[in-house]
Design a protein around this ligand. Structure first.
Ligand code: HEM
Ligand code: HEM
Length: 186
């Protein structure tokens, strides 16, 4: 059940790929919606975006507690201090991004006085407008989304570097393979 240095648990692997694919789909979807003129098509897309976003928040909360309990994975090959710091910063930001994106989306909606529904099932009703909540939500959603896209590109580049240059099994471990290596803590 628990992650080891040689092998990740099914929970870690499933949650990583489920959230990775969801985020990779939701970020460009959000940018696309933002670029549309107001109208029925845009409102329809926003309703779908909100529905998927709220579901992602539930999975992300689960993953966050799982990661806190398990700690982050240790590198499989020797890394310089700056690489370790960059990887740690990126992993934290990506992890928190799966929480602050949907939360800021909800803040935006609530601040605008709009309801939040998951595929037609209303979870937050229409309310009073709150300009500052809407604005704060919009800044976090817009800026946070752009920083996330940049860090995801960096994260994928790092995974490819480990796979093709270091050839150390980092990607294989996230794909469920057992790696024949010693835990550096031992
Ligand atoms: C094709 C896309 C992706 C690939 C190939 C990929 C690959 C990997 C690999 C190989 C690791 C293990 C790193 C290690 O052992 O040190 C990892 C960890 C991680 N990845 Fe990704 N990743 C992708 C997309 C994403 C996305 C979109 C997110 C979140 C927005 C994300 C968040 C994380 C986090 C938080 C970790 C730390 C371990 C964990 O919490 O499970 N990844 N990724
Ligand atoms: C994983 C979750 C989510 C991701 C990755 C995501 C991503 C994005 C991105 C990148 C944008 C474009 C922002 C910009 O360029 O300023 C956007 C727009 C938007 N998102 Fe999200 N979002 C998520 C969840 C949510 C949730 C849960 C809600 C509301 C409950 C929401 C509501 C909105 C709204 C209303 C817009 C603006 C559309 C417009 O006015 O044109 N999002 N989203």
């Amino acid at each position: 059940m628990k992650d080891t240095h040689q092998r990740f648990s099914h929970i870690t692997i499933s949650l990583h790929w489920l959230l990775a694919l969801s985020m990779i789909a939701m970020l460009p979807f959000g940018l696309y919606i933002e670029s549309l003129e107001g109208g029925p098509q845009k409102w329809g897309f926003i309703a779908q975006h909100k529905s998927f976003g709220v579901l992602i928040l539930l999975i992300a909360a689960l993953r966050f507690s799982w990661r806190l309990k398990n700690g982050f994975p240790k590198a499989l090959s020797p890394v310089k201090n700056w690489e370790k710091a960059l990887a740690s910063f990126t992993h934290w930001f990506l992890l928190l991004g799966t929480l602050f994106m949907p939360i800021s989306g909800i803040m935006m909606s609530m601040g605008g006085g709009y309801p939040v529904a998951v595929f037609g099932f209303e979870i937050i009703g229409k309310g009073e407008k709150n300009e500052s909540l809407a604005q704060l939500g919009h800044i976090i959603h817009g800026l946070g989304g752009k920083i996330l896209i940049a860090l995801i590109i960096l994260h994928i580049a790092a995974a490819l570097k480990h796979q093709f240059i270091d050839k150390d099994g980092t990607l294989a471990r996230m794909l469920g393979k057992t790696i024949d290596t010693q835990d550096p803590a031992n």
